[in-house]
Design a protein around this ligand. Structure first.
Ligand SMILES: NC(=O)c1ccc[n+]([C@@H]2O[C@H](COP(=O)([O-])OP(=O)(O)OC[C@H]3O[C@@H](n4cnc5c(N)ncnc54)[C@H](OP(=O)(O)O)[C@@H]3O)[C@@H](O)[C@H]2O)c1
Length: 303
């Protein structure tokens, strides 16, 4: 049985990791964990000022850390493409890609590419990012792609007739859909990589529940009360990063694994294999979602 601790995880000297949304919350703590293992870190963040402030904190913790910021705004496919272009100018292999950034229940808005914003940031942009980085992942030794899901995926349904809230916008339903899509993507990517006998592996993780900025769009008072009452059940951002770090670092992981906290209702606790709902394993939904995603982002994976 895997009993993951950061302390016992192998050193990552010489390995290169990208973390999206590395400047805050779970992504920041994931970055700290990777740096503690001596990986080189690319911070893929939308806001240069926030990224630089985060780098100052990370460098304070690990003065010798190798950290680079490359701007990435996941609400724009054009930004995903320019991020990858800059990455490829500097590097020719990638060992760890953590598709971490996310937003939850914002008011309705459409991105310039015509996506609903949660679907754009949480799912479609990460789909394209992974596809565009596939050659660099293949060039590394057993590279890992980690997709961030959520307990909320269990309430999710992939509504192909309303994928980008064209007909109506239920913000929590769309958040759950986006996180289910991330999990379905991780499993389908795993199947495709296995079929292609690729050395790259695909994993998923969820952080449980942690009081980060993710909740900024929730009603302030109600959220504060719920968070205060449920504090003993919540994960600190540091603990919430452990499932992602387990997926990124543990030597016993297998492609297709999904990690999350093992405590009450998977809200907090030690990182371990997590439960996902049957729909996340539905092959027909996965095939259809993949095809629709390739069409909508205008990119075809080659295996
Ligand atoms: N916290 C939880 O309880 C919880 C539970 C389940 C799943 N998750 C998942 O865990 C992941 C991390 O969430 P968190 O709790 O750490 O949230 P957070 O503290 O709000 O951090 C989210 C990160 O994503 C970045 N981001 C947002 N929109 C972006 C965009 N358009 N382009 C690039 N980066 C963008 C944010 O950048 P800015 O700082 O510039 O806004 C921030 O760095 C998310 O995928 C979330 O769905 C969290």
């Amino acid at each position: 049985m895997q009993n993951f601790t950061l302390k016992n995880a192998p050193l990552q000297k010489g390995k290169l990791a990208i973390v999206t949304g590395a400047n805050d919350g779970v992504g920041f703590e994931t970055s700290l964990g990777l740096l503690s293992k001596e990986a080189k870190l690319i911070m893929a963040c939308r806001n240069p000022e926030k990224a630089n402030n985060a780098i100052i904190k990370l460098k304070k913790a690990f003065p010798k850390a190798e950290i680079e910021f490359i701007q990435l705004d996941l609400s724009k496919l054009s930004s995903v493409k320019s991020f990858v272009k800059e990455f490829k100018q500097k590097f020719n292999k990638l060992d760890i890609l953590i598709n971490n950034a996310g937003i939850m229940v914002p008011p309705f808005s459409k991105t310039e590419d015509g996506f609903e914003s949660q679907m754009a940031v949480n799912y479609f942009a990460h789909f394209l990012l992974t596809g565009l980085l596939m050659n660099e992942l293949e060039a590394a030794d057993k590279a890992r792609v980690i997709s961030l899901s959520s307990i909320a995926h269990k309430r999710g349904k992939i509504d192909f007739d309303n994928l980008n809230a064209e007909k109506n916008y239920n913000k929590s339903a769309v958040y759950s859909q986006s996180k289910l899509a991330c999990l379905i993507f991780a499993y389908e990517l795993d199947r495709k990589l296995r079929n292609a006998k690729s050395s790259v592996i695909s994993l998923a993780a969820h952080p449980g529940v942690s009081a980060t900025n993710l909740f900024e769009n929730m009603p302030k008072l109600a959220t504060k009360i719920v968070m205060t009452l449920s504090k003993p059940l919540l994960n600190s951002p540091k603990a919430a990063a452990l499932p992602s770090l387990m997926a990124a670092l543990d030597s016993e992981v297998e492609s297709g694994d999904y990690y999350g906290p093992s405590g009450f209702m998977e809200m907090s606790g030690k990182a371990a294999k997590a439960n996902s709902k049957p729909q996340s394993h539905n092959l027909e939904t996965a095939k259809k979602l993949w095809e629709v995603s390739e069409k909508l982002v205008g990119f075809k994976f080659e295996f």
